[in-house]
Ligand binder design. Sequence first.
Ligand code: ZN
Length: 311
Amino acid sequence: MHETAEEAKAETEQMLKVYADFCENDLAIPVIKGRKTDKEKFAGAEATYTIEAMMHDGKALQSGTSHYFGDGFAKAFNVTFQGRDNSICHPFQTSWGMSTRIIGGIIMTHGDDNGLVLPPAVAPIQVIILPIAMHKPGVLEKANELKERLKKNFRVKVDDSDQSPGWKFAQYEMKGVPLRLEIGPKDIEKGQCVLVRRSDREKVFVSLDNLEAAIEEQLEEVRKGIYEKALARRESMTYPAANLDELKEIADNKPGFIKAMWCGDEACEEKLKEVAGVSSRCMPFEQEHLGDTCICCGKPAKSMVYWGKAY
Ligand SMILES: [Zn+2]
C-alpha cells in the first residue's frame, strides 16, 4: 500500500522487472514484457502488466503479473490511513505474483525427448558425479573426494549404486541435471575428468586442478544455451499478420505468437477470439509499427498486440 499513486505505479513496474529478470537470468526463459488489454486485465485493477513466455508447443504461458489497483479497492473495502495533514486517506494499492505454474513453465520451455532440462540456478542437483569402473581401486574414493570438495560451491551428488553407467547417464538426463561429471581410472591417472552438458551433450575434458572454475563455466554455458534455444524458437514461431485472413490462416496452421495492429476496441478482440481462437497476450512495451490500421475493423490502430493461444 502506498500514499501516492506514483509510488504504487513505480512498484508495479519494478515488480514486473523483478519477475522478468528472474525468468530470463535464473530460469533461462525469455519473456515478453507488456500490458494486458482491459479485457484481459485483473478485474478491478486499473492496469495489469504481464510477462508472457512461449512454451515448446507454441502456446503462451502468462508467467507473472503485476497489478496497479489505484485506490479503488481501498475505497470499496474502506481501507484508510491518516495522512500527513491528518486527513483520512485511501491508500493506493498494488498486487503482484508469480506462482507454482512457473515450474510447469520450466518443464515446457526447456524439456526435450530425454526428459527434463533444468536451469542450473534452480536444479536440486547441479552436478552428478558418476564413477566409471567404480570397483577399480581408488575410483570411488576419488569420486567421493571430489564431492566433498565441490559441495562447498555446488549442489553435487555421487551415484555409487550398482546400476551400469549407461543406465545412470539416462537416469540423470531424465532428471535434467545440468552437468554430469565422469571419473574413471584413466582420468585419475591423467589428473582430469569429463564434464557433459545435459542441454546439448557437449563433452569437455577438464583438469582437476581448475575444476571449480570449469564447472562454473559449463553451468553458465548450459544457462546461456537453453536461453538462446528458447529465444530462437520463440522468434521462429512468431508471425506478423497484416489482415484478418492472414491472422486466421496463421492461427489455424502455425502454433506460436501472432503480432498484429489493434484499435483498442474490445469488440475486435472478441472477434479475433471468435474467428481465430486467439486471445490478446499483451501490448508489449517494445512496440513495432506493422501498419496504421486495426487488422479487424480498419480503424486507426493504437498498438501492436501479441495474440496467441494460452494455457
Ligand atoms: Zn479494431
